[in-house]
Design a protein around this ligand. Structure first.
Ligand code: BTN
Length: 269
């Protein structure tokens, strides 16, 4: 018996049957873990061992949860929804940023359904915000063979039940519980994200972001806002003017020139 090892809370145990009821491919099989180092690492390891498309790892707590830009992702035990799904997609590397955007959009839409009164937005490239505070993040890691992507691990962290954040995050972070009027249901949220991503990932891998354009534009939290990027030692600034079909942020500089940012961190000015 694993005395002292955290286990998944019972609310999550319903997730596999909800996923099954929707009939999609993602979330099957679903590995529910009390504790792990990083669900992205679990998925990457399992992908080498032949895990199928859709296999998903969900953990109550991670000892080495990773975010983008080398940051860590910390979530108190049982309060968040921390999971990674393995997508066995064969595509050129250029399809990975659009896939990551589709994942962010799936999270955004699921949170918006759980909290209909909240203004849930995407902050390019992969953050989900409410009133400028981060509620969820996405970390996508590609597994390549030669010049092609063989599989993609989509790692998602959603603040669900947390009401009090550490001082350094207070004012910058929020959770579903804080913005919803009814108590959030993690199993429903998980099944919803996986169901939406299941449908959208196929579209994006085959045809790019074009078919998600309307939803993406409606959810774009940067559009019309002044943004600055500090990538590779140089600074660029302008008005965010949308996201193109390759997942790049379109920015109009003050001289009217339109540029496209493909990576990096964006700051609101
Ligand atoms: C970010 O906003 O920087 C992305 C955060 C992604 C965190 C999730 S939690 C589940 C999965 N496992 C990880 O180690 N990271 C992702």
């Amino acid at each position: 018996m694993n005395v002292g090892l955290p286990r998944p809370y019972p609310d999550l145990l319903r997730a596999p049957e909800l996923v099954l009821a929707r009939g999609g491919q993602l979330g099957r099989p679903m590995h529910l873990l009390g504790f792990t180092s990083s669900t992205n690492d679990d998925a990457k390891r399992a992908s080498k061992e032949g895990a199928p498309h859709g296999a998903t790892w969900v953990a109550e707590q991670q000892s080495a949860g990773r975010g983008r830009q080398g940051r860590s992702w910390v979530s108190p035990h049982g309060e968040g929804l921390l999971f990674s799904v393995l997508l066995r997609v064969s595509c050129p590397p250029a399809r990975v940023p659009p896939l990551a955007l589709a994942a962010g959009l799936a999270v955004r839409d699921a949170v918006a359904r759980a909290a209909p009164a909240a203004d849930v937005r995407i902050k390019w490239p992969n953050d989900v915000l409410v009133d400028g505070r981060k509620l969820a993040g996405v970390l996508v890691e590609a597994i390549t063979a030669g010049s092609r992507v063989q599989a993609v691990v989509v790692g998602i962290g959603i603040n669900v039940h947390t009401r009090v954040f550490p001082d350094e995050l207070e004012g910058r972070a929020t959770s579903v519980a804080r913005v919803a009027t009814t108590p959030p249901d993690r199993a429903e949220l998980l099944a919803d994200v996986l169901g939406t991503l299941d449908a959208d990932a196929h579209l994006v891998v085959g045809r790019g972001l074009g078919l998600l354009r309307r939803r993406l534009e409606a959810a774009d939290g940067l559009r019309g806002r002044r943004v600055r990027s500090e990538a590779g030692g140089s600074t660029d600034e302008g008005i965010a003017s949308g996201i193109d079909d390759d997942g790049r942020l379109v920015v109009t500089r003050d001289d009217g020139v339109r540029v496209r940012w493909s990576a990096g961190e964006v700051h609101l000015v």
